[in-house]
Design a protein around this ligand. Structure first.
Ligand code: XMP
Length: 507
């Protein structure tokens, strides 16, 4: 398989570069910027990309790749910080400039090569503090913006390119075209990365493991796909366990059991641990503590199951790349944003090795795999649901009343979106509840009740998200139903913050 290797200099967008490239069926892999020359050679890439990053080439601790990497004679594209590294390395000059964030107009000066077919000018997403003041010998400027005279440079002879903007973010018009020009035309990569190919190689790798596998299934798309892949590889050596922790969507536990029993031939056990989870969460308000507690409790339930149904050698989990990158345990230097309970390994005493076949994938790639594996459509179109469940949708302490409000109100939000034909168009949708209360009048009576917050977002990969512009009529219907059908709720609000600066979940 032809491969593009992306060196990660710490930008939040680094993995998006891989994702965009994979979208046009070329395999791309993210590696730390300090990968050794020998290791990089072993990966045998057809081209290299330097990602952006928060550093300045002037900083004494600025991340630098091993020198020999520049001499590999492979096509090279530097993005943002990567662009400045190239300018610096080949004898140009980088200067500190006014910080530039957001969209700028990129004028194309030469469209023969990297910028072929993108038009005369495009909106390009900038996020930088330094810029190229003088370009290296043998390079030419192929694009500029008002503030960055050398926003895109090229040495066609060496097949080395630098761009100040981020082609990987959706806000850059024709960003994918630019990446395609580099990957397909300059590197000559074949488009041979497909989800069918991923399944074959994952099944082949898993079939080589020895021992039995315990797989926690949540009923969500990720863990279901993990279970099916492993089942395909090792059949009866896999046992699936579903834990009802009381933090699920309304009636979800029953639906999941039915779905597994009706559709798949895997070994499936459902465990009711509602009381244990809720007991442990009593009095806990801090979101990260809640995540830790839920994570620990899952491990306890699994280990108890393993004691009586084992021996197991492996614990499989449906961890995806966004979980990994946001927990700061990605391969690169991105900072911790939220810890995700299913990332970061297992306690030593559990004595199980971890199996995460989807660790490198994005949600939409997993959905494609689900479809190929014959997962019922109803399941793979279901919105993602966080591992700690309603514990991160309930602000403050998790109490039975807040759980019940969030469950019923979220069901109303989902049902109304389905009714309006919008459920599958939005990324996630739910109703959160906290301790804030507001006065209402019901009949002739004054009532002091809870405030519910509806959150509906659009996203492609959960890395960024925007609030969905639902019609006022639909919001009104949701609000009316929530206040009419849930006695404890007096007010309904709609969350209109995008990610960033907010996140998708309130906790
Ligand atoms: P945030 O709230 O960080 O969420 O914007 C990004 C995506 O991750 C999900 N999420 C989690 N998933 N464990 C999970 O397995 C967690 O602790 C967790 N927190 C958030 C969230 O639903 C969204 O899809």
């Amino acid at each position: 398989m032809d491969k593009i290797v992306v060196l990660d200099f710490g930008s939040q967008y680094s993995h998006l570069i891989c994702r965009r490239i994979r979208e046009f069926s070329v395999y791309a892999e993210l590696v730390p910027y300090d990968i050794s020359y020998d290791e990089l050679q072993k990966l045998n890439p057809v081209g290299i990309i330097f990602s952006g990053g928060p550093s300045s080439v002037y900083n004494s601790d600025a991340p630098n790749p091993e020198g020999k990497i520049f001499e590999m004679n492979l096509p090279l594209l530097g993005i943002c910080y990567g662009h400045q590294l190239i300018v610096n390395k080949f004898g140009g000059k980088v200067k500190r400039a006014n910080k530039e964030y957001g969209s700028s107009l990129l004028t194309i000066d030469n469209d023969e090569d990297l910028l072929n077919g993108v038009g005369k000018s495009v909106r390009a997403w900038m996020s930088h503090g330094d810029e190229a003041e003088q370009i290296p010998k043998g390079f030419k400027v192929i694009g500029h913006t008002e503030n960055a005279k050398a926003a895109a440079i090229a040495s066609e002879e060496k097949s080395i390119y630098g761009i100040q903007f981020h082609p990987e973010v959706v806000h850059t018009e024709q960003g994918t075209e630019i990446l395609k020009n580099f990957v397909l035309k300059v590197c000559g990569a074949r488009q041979d990365w497909t989800m069918e190919g991923f399944i074959d190689s994952a099944v082949e790798k898993i079939s080589r493991i020895d021992g039995n596998v315990l797989c926690g299934v949540s009923g969500g798309i990720d863990s279901t796909v993990v279970a099916l892949l492993i089942h395909k590889a090792i059949g009866k050596r896999l046992k699936c366990v579903f834990v009802n922790n009381g933090l699920l969507r309304l009636n979800e536990e029953k639906e999941i059991e039915k779905m597994f029993k009706d559709n798949f031939k895997v070994d499936f056990t459902s465990i009711n641990a509602v009381d244990k989870f809720l007991e442990k969460l009593k009095g806990i308000e801090d979101p990260e503590r809640k995540r830790m507690i839920v994570g620990e409790e899952f491990i306890h339930v699994f280990s108890k199951f393993a004691e009586t149904n084992g021996p197991f050698k492996w614990l499989a989990q449906g961890t995806l790349y966004p979980d990994v990158i946001e927990s700061g345990v990605s391969k690169g230097p991105a900072a911790i944003i939220k810890s995700h309970h299913n990332v970061g390994g297992l306690p030593d005493w559990l004595n199980l090795e971890i199996l995460e076949p989807l660790r490198e994938l994005y949600k939409d790639e997993v959905r494609k795999i689900a479809k190929i594996l014959g997962v019922p459509e109803k399941l793979f179109m279901r919105h993602p649901f966080p591992g700690p469940g309603l514990a991160v949708r309930i602000i403050g302490e998790v109490t039975p009343i807040k759980l019940s409000i969030s469950k019923v109100a979220s069901k109303i939000v989902e049902d109304e979106l389905m009714e309006a034909g919008l459920y599958e168009k939005v990324w996630q949708a739910y109703a959160a509840v906290g301790d804030d209360r507001a006065v209402g009048v019901v009949g002739d009576e004054r009532r002091y009740g809870n405030i519910v917050m509806i959150r509906v977002v659009d996203s492609v990969d959960a890395m960024t998200a925007d609030w969905t512009r639902l019609s006022h009529g639909l919001l009104e219907k949701m609000s009316n139903r929530i206040t009419n059908e849930i006695e404890d709720v007096t007010w309904v609000t709609y969350a209109i913050s995008s990610k960033p600066p907010a996140t998708i979940e309130p906790q």
